[in-house]
Write a protein that binds this ligand. Structure first.
Ligand code: 5GP
Ligand code: ZN
Length: 104
């Protein structure tokens, strides 16, 4: 989506250093970190929120979830918190599927 900030990061239109990238996700630091380590795991595909994930996209969600402990370990974290804000009423500011990883 052309007006979506995370789509712009995925496409490279908005230059952001990436911590990790593969065919399905990008990972980068939150611009306003709420912890020593605060990463965003963002789907490359524009999906509005967790509430918009379809049954045939469950492998993407599994992929994103299983990436979290690997990213945490690479950041030197012994443990971490995970947050998925969903919908405006759930505090979601950016309407593009992402998981927040917080630690330290
Ligand atoms: P949420 O939608 O889960 O409530 O929050 C979105 C998160 O993305 C916020 O923690 C916010 O600081 C972060 N964020 C918003 N815009 C940008 C941006 O342009 N770059 C980066 N790196 N993070 C952003
Ligand atoms: Zn998007």
């Amino acid at each position: 989506m052309s007006d979506c900030i995370f789509c712009k990061i995925v496409s490279g239109t908005l230059a952001t250093p990436l911590i990790y990238e593969d065919d399905r996700v990008v990972v980068f630091k939150d611009i306003k970190p709420k912890a020593e380590v605060h990463l965003l795991v963002v789907s490359k595909e524009h999906i509005q929120s967790l509430a918009h994930v379809l049954e045939d996209q469950t492998s993407l969600i599994a992929h994103m979830m299983l990436l979290l402990p690997k990213l945490a370990k690479a950041q030197g974290l012994l443990g971490f918190k995970t947050q998925i804000n969903t919908g405006k009423a759930g505090g979601q500011e950016v309407p593009h599927l992402h998981i927040q990883l917080l630690g330290g």
